[in-house]
Write a protein that binds this ligand. Structure first.
Ligand code: ADP
Length: 445
């Protein structure tokens, strides 16, 4: 393509032509890099979870989404997969009962090639694949192109996020088979937290466990915290490096990060994404003695205990209603006391975490709310910040209202609030696509 472009450069190219004749290799290099930058890259983003698969085909140039896919309840008899294409994103639902996540992805590839509404008719029209990987351990402090050595290290990282990493790895393997010549990138949730100091990432355990097993805090939701911090800096109109921000990712999973001068200095998720806040089905931090006590009293196996803490606790465990905050809010409004208690606990633990990170920073300019609950629930934000006004985080009730504001990044504190409160819409898939584009683009430079 670049040779053709050169041939057609024409007489108007002038000095460029002279340069091309004198230094043909250098000219081609520069031309190719320029063309590459100008060519939109189509990235298939794969975000595989324990029971879900999210995927988007994104043209990174204008951040245009061409296809969206969401499979839920993956691995169960009631699993289904919604796929939709630009421009109108009319969903078609497919039955993916009992299929593991990589089979759902294989089905999506077939749909991408066969569906007349799909913008592509061959997998070769996908330029790169961006995979979300939850845990990168100490091996990965930034996104990487996946090669054999990286794949081996990914396998070692599986035990750090046993619910999330194995399905992501299974999808990476499937794509390596289906599209062996297409570059794949791994974007890690942990990478943003690589800047934490040892006092934040070490646990007060005998040192040998760090040395033998690298047991330490890794954190998670890194791409979301990084993005939320940058968007908040844009809202505040100041460079990120001058700011102290507390970013709150509150979705099914939840974590809070202290972002001091643009760097993560501490975060609530730990060795695994189980630590920290109370979440949809995860307990978050509890007295570790409860684990051994329960295992002894109830004769629970390691796997059973893992399931209790990861899948049966949190908002679901306390409310007995649902892991979904919308259901629990509705149940509480209808008078369910356990649902109300679950929300009270959820709010209180977030308030304490924000207070803790305030103490960890050298300055706090803003608290940033993002992800499903953080972005959409005015009620939860009211309840959280009602307890934090004395710390200088003062909500403006009208600005907090969501009517007509869903998806709008904005400041929701009063003008005189010493610490601002921001709402930022997270779009994990777009961020993964852009990281992938950057890395794959460098391959050609
Ligand atoms: P995931 O971690 O799966 O990406 P999300 O960021 O989509 O999760 O967040 C899902 C959570 O957000 C669910 O608990 C859902 O109930 C909650 N949520 C979404 N919209 C609202 C809303 N309007 N009010 C309260 N909670 C909401």
């Amino acid at each position: 393509r670049e040779r053709r472009a050169l041939r057609h450069a024409g007489p108007q190219a002038g000095s460029r032509q002279v340069f091309a004749i004198m230094f043909p290799d250098l000219f081609l290099d520069i031309l190719f890099t320029t063309l590459k930058k100008e060519m939109p890259m189509r990235v298939l983003v794969v975000n595989a979870g324990s029971s879900s698969l999210k995927s988007q085909l994104i043209e990174t140039d204008g951040k245009v989404t061409l296809m969206k896919c969401l499979a839920e309840k993956v691995g169960t008899p009631s699993a289904f997969m919604n796929v939709s294409f630009a421009p109108d994103f009319q969903k078609t639902t497919y039955n993916v009962a009992d299929m593991p996540v990589q089979e759902c992805l294989a089905k999506l590839l077939d749909i991408l090639v066969d569906d007349p509404e799909s913008p592509i008719s061959s997998l070769s029209q996908i330029d790169a694949i961006g995979n979300r990987v939850v845990a990168g351990g100490e091996y990965f402090t930034r996104s990487v192109i996946i090669d054999e050595a990286v794949r081996e290290k990914l396998a070692i990282c599986e035990e750090l996020a046993p619910l999330h990493n194995p399905p992501a790895d299974a999808c990476i393997d499937l794509m390596r088979e289906a599209m062996p010549n297409t570059p794949q990138v791994a974007v890690f949730d942990t990478a943003f937290h690589a800047t934490m100091p040892a006092k934040a990432y070490m646990y007060p355990l005998p040192r040998e466990y760090y040395e033998k097993y690298r047991i330490r805090r890794y954190g998670a939701h890194g791409t979301s915290h990084r993005y939320a911090a940058q968007q908040a800096a844009n809202l505040l109109g100041r460079p990120l490096r001058d700011l102290g921000l507390i970013t709150c990712h509150l979705g099914n999973g939840g974590s809070i990060t202290a972002v001091n001068h643009g760097k993560s200095i501490d975060t609530s998720m730990g060795f695994t994404p189980l630590e920290g806040l109370m979440m949809g089905t995860r307990s978050g931090s509890i007295d570790p003695a409860i684990v051994t006590y329960l295992m002894r009293r109830e004769h629970k196996s390691f796997d059973e205990m893992d399931a209790i803490l990861n899948k049966e606790s949190g908002i679901l465990g306390v409310s007995g209603v649902s892991a979904d905050m919308r259901d629990v809010l509705a149940a509480a409004a209808a008078g369910n006391e356990l649902a109300d208690l679950a929300i009270d606990m959820y709010v209180y633990l977030i308030q304490k975490a924000i207070g803790g990170y305030y103490a960890a920073m050298t300055r706090t300019d803003a608290v940033v709310m993002t992800a499903g609950i953080g972005e959409n629930s005015a009620e939860l934000r009211e309840r959280i910040f009602a307890g934090l006004a004395h710390m200088g985080m003062i909500l403006d009730h009208e600005r907090n209202d969501v009517t007509g504001q869903i998806g709008v990044n904005r400041i929701i504190s009063i003008d005189d609030s010493p610490i601002k409160i921001c709402v930022v819409t997270t779009d994990e898939e777009v961020r993964i696509a852009r990281e992938t584009d950057n890395l794959v683009g460098q391959l050609h430079e």
